[in-house]
Ligand binder design. Structure first.
Ligand SMILES: [Zn+2]
Length: 312
């Protein structure tokens, strides 16, 4: 049984695990990213954690290291570009630093691409050849498997599905475009829109306008609050239209949706699936299912493990 070391680099935590070929996590742990202290120190903490986890696992032979990291990044050079969640990590050679510290070959991909590889190998995408993966969380990310392989595009940054534009003159997005899915449907932006129309019930639940979060919106929707319902329904309408565009673009067998916002369950998934399938072109919508992600909280480490296994 082969083992890999899986590393998940995020804006708040660095998680790692020793993962066996059958998907068993033999050991796992995490340390804070501590972004203000910079990437060099973070990688030192990470490498120390990895040595500890390998010892805990009984020092199995590690075939290769897989890393999932907030993008954008260049998977061929192993260098981060301008990751918005990791300020100070611009043009940082993550792969070279990890390889130097741990003495093993390492491969990296952005966290959403790692996640679709993880779902494909260990989760809801097992056995499928054509997959679209969407994560709706603080941001909105995506990954695509075509013909059984991760679709990376010209420079490894394909499938930025959160920045599909749903409205040519729509809401502004920090990426520079307008009408992007993320700028409307991310957890951050659901909360921002709810604050604009803060209903008495939302204010009561949150305590103040500024304190309103997506969780409050969901709670108010479940209680039948009309203003929260409007914010929620608009979100699902845009996401559903986005899913239809993804089905039309990639002709997948399955659309997998993960992330914190999606984890509210049928209140989220059923309308997005219904709208997405109704709006996609009929021959492409036929036979597609829209399902929740299976890896849940483990997606970071399992995705990174899948990055590693995809190189064996
Ligand atoms: Zn955008």
């Amino acid at each position: 049984m082969k083992h890999v070391l899986a590393i998940d680099i995020g804006g708040t935590k660095l998680a790692a695990g020793v993962v066996a070929q059958d998907g068993t996590i033999v050991s796992k742990g995490r340390v804070p990213t501590d972004v203000p202290k910079g990437p060099e120190q973070a990688i030192e903490r990470l490498n120390a954690l990895c040595r500890q986890l390998m010892a805990q696992a009984g020092n199995p032979e590690i075939a290769v290291i897989g890393i999932g990291c907030g993008g954008p990044l260049d998977p061929r050079t192993g260098v981060t570009l301008t990751p918005p969640n990791l300020p100070g990590w611009e043009d940082f050679p993550v792969v070279a630093r990890v390889e130097k510290g741990l003495g093993k070959k390492a491969f990296i991909d952005n966290d959403a691409n790692a996640a679709v590889l993880g779902e494909h190998l260990f989760g809801a995408g097992r056995g499928y050849q054509h997959l679209v993966y969407l994560t709706v969380s603080t941001g909105v990310g995506g990954g695509v498997i075509l013909d059984g392989r991760l679709y990376q595009g010209m420079n490894g940054n394909a499938a930025e599905l959160g920045h599909l534009s749903m409205s040519y003159d729509g809401w502004p997005c920090p990426c520079g475009s307008k009408g992007c899915i993320e700028a409307f449907c991310s957890g951050t932006n659901i909360a921002r829109r709810a604050r604009l129309t803060a209903s008495p019930r939302l204010l009561e639940l949150a305590g103040s306008r500024e304190a309103i979060t997506t969780e409050h919106v969901v709670a108010a929707v479940r209680e039948g609050d009309a203003a929260a319902r409007k914010v929620w329904d608009d979100t699902l309408e845009v996401l559903g239209a986005g899913v239809a565009s993804m089905i039309n673009a990639f002709n997948p067998q399955r659309v997998i949706i993960g992330g914190g916002v999606a984890s509210v369950g049928p209140l989220f998934l059923e309308p997005v699936a219904r709208i997405g399938l109704a709006r996609a072109m009929k021959p492409l919508a036929k036979g597609v299912d829209v399902v929740p992600a299976a890896l849940g909280d483990q997606v970071g480490v399992m995705g990174a493990a899948a990055v590693a296994f995809s190189h064996l």
